[in-house]
Design a protein around this ligand. Structure first.
Ligand code: SAH
Length: 221
């Protein structure tokens, strides 16, 4: 298995390399502690375990990927999580991002449109003792109304636009971190902040490459 310390160093290098775009010179120490604690090798397929601590995305089946560790760390930081927060993730995938987030907030709800991935992630998270993560199969574009409002929402698949249901399910002062753009063309990681007045402010952070956010009509497993 490759080295987790090396992965953490590479995240720090990427933070420096991208600082002119992100305006960030370091990530929150709680986020870096979470990256150190979560066993990424438990969330990748057996055949890819030797690559689990590479700072790169990896295939997880069903045409989907576990995101690059630097991007997981950056997006977690951009949520500005605090210990009492309740967060929503759209795009559970392997469950890795949910595990990282669960270490810095009180409760994580995570939605995945592919049933088999949702079930596998739920099982990994349960086995590893992440008891403050709840997984559900569903179209995350619509959010999770029963558990709303959220202190923050993270979307880990690229959306052509800012989903209004997710803005509606944010608390005032809350943040939505989301890649916006079409598949295989330019995507921009954005932070959408819901103001106390209910309006939003939008900030571009970095160019990124995510798998597309699909809708319920196009996938039913
Ligand atoms: N966060 C994941 C990586 C996500 S890859 C991890 O840590 O491993 C993006 C995931 O979003 C894929 O699993 C894909 O099936 C899922 N997805 C795509 N469209 C979705 C939608 N509308 N609602 C919920 N999940 C969706």
């Amino acid at each position: 298995m490759s080295d987790k310390r090396q992965m953490l160093r590479e995240i720090e290098w990427d933070v420096q390399e991208t600082r002119s775009m992100t305006g960030m010179t370091a990530l929150d120490s709680r986020v870096m502690e979470a990256m150190k604690a979560v066993p990424r090798h438990e969330f990748v397929p057996l055949g890819a375990r030797h690559q689990a601590y590479y700072n790169s995305p990896l295939p997880i089946g069903h045409g989907q990927t576990i995101s690059q560790p630097y991007i997981v760390a950056l997006m977690t930081d951009l949520l500005e999580p605090t210990a009492d927060d309740v967060m929503l993730e759209v795009g559970t995938g392997s469950g890795y991002q949910a595990a990282v987030l669960s270490r810095v907030v009180r409760q994580v709800y995570t939605l995945e449109i592919i049933g088999a991935l949702s079930e596998r992630a739920a099982e990994s998270l349960r086995r590893l003792g992440y008891s403050n993560v709840e997984c559900r199969k569903g179209d995350g574009y619509e959010g999770w109304t029963e558990q709303a409002p959220f202190d923050g929402i993270i979307v880990t698949a690229a959306s052509p636009n800012i989903p209004q249901p997710l803005v509606d399910q944010l608390k005032p002062g809350g943040r939505l971190v989301i890649p916006i753009g079409m598949p295989f063309s330019h995507q921009e990681l954005m932070v959408v902040e819901k103001e106390e007045s209910g309006g939003i402010s939008v900030r571009d952070v970095l160019g990124v490459a995510f798998v597309p956010l699909t809708r319920s009509s196009s996938k039913d497993e």
